[in-house]
Design a protein. Sequence first.
Length: 430
Amino acid sequence: MKRNHPELPDRYHTFLQELKERIRSAQVRAALSVNRELVLLYWGIGKDILTRQQSEGWGAKVVDRLALDLLKAFPGMSGFGARNLKYMRAFAGAYPDQQFVQQVVAQLPWGHNVRILEMVKAPAQREWYIRQAVESGWTRNVLVHQIESQLHRRQGRAITNFQRTLPAPQSELAQNLLKDPYNFDFLTLGPEMLERDLERGLIDHLRKLILELGKGFAFVGNQYYLKIGGQDYFIDLLFYHLRLRCYVVIDLKIEEFRPEFAGKMNFYLSAVDDILRHADDAPSIGLILCKAKNKIVVEYALRDTGKPVGVAQYRLIESLPKRLQSELPTNDDLAGELPLFNLVTLRFRLERALQEIAEKWGLSARLAGIGALAGALIKTNALSAEVAADLRAVSAVLNSAVHGQKIKAREARAALQLGNSLLSRLEGND
């Protein structure tokens, strides 16, 4: 016997049939673009539900019934429960601009979009997290962690002199790169910690540190050695940023910012620009990380500093949330997010090994670049012609890596194999 449902709106069954056809059509297209089609389908369903609720007075019971009918029509397809239909309605209400949904929002998985809907209420902040998640390729748990740590309040908030010391658009890109405060919630250090404890903790958790620093950072070294005027100096942390194409010098402090810290950083940046920076690199950037800071003191200290310097605080929390532990990038994950990471690091290590050999042979400390160093060393018989030729061959790939250019996987593997072999020989050079 046929059951009647007098409580349903007159055009309900027509709408149900239209939805079935739309879902079937989307199932076919999903083979080409699963996530994008799914998100756009959900947005369209949500928009239609929202329209009918506003124009025809549909209530929650109609949505519940719609969920039952859709589940019956598509028993092998999840996502059409009453709760998810309500998310679709909220999703369409949050993003009324179809073009924005198609071009930006649909790049994120549905689960990411649901978390943003639940956790972020301001439209501008939602859009900010969507764009950041798309650009950085965050997993869902990393996205949740960034929202909980209020990244939108920290990103680009460091006090800097970049507008005065860097050309546009480099100044804006560099400003957006830095945060304040930095969240070192993976460290468990007591109140009696020393600066070397902070540095050691960050190096021990290098993958977590890179996650907090953001996309594009390639680790060069810690306690990075520089010889200047016959004296030894050591940089706490040295990175190279693939997008900005510049060195980033990080100085760690376990105390409140003091004006003399800016002078020391200015000195380090001058040395890095003179010794390590290549002609096609952008000016090196300094970041002083302190336990605390006085904004006015920092602004005075940076006002007449000639090099681009930023100052930010860091904060330590007891432990990293458990759900995030499994989401931290492994070395393979980092190779995927920063595909040039290993090649960039190898270039710096090779160049440093060549510089050390050059110093032993009394060559100019200003020599830089694998090709230039190899050419100078072969003239002094400090390097064989065979090794010099191999260095020139591998440096082409390594230099491409430093500047973020695409490299074929086979070329990258060959360069890594040859480069590491050369590095072993150079480090064993007397």
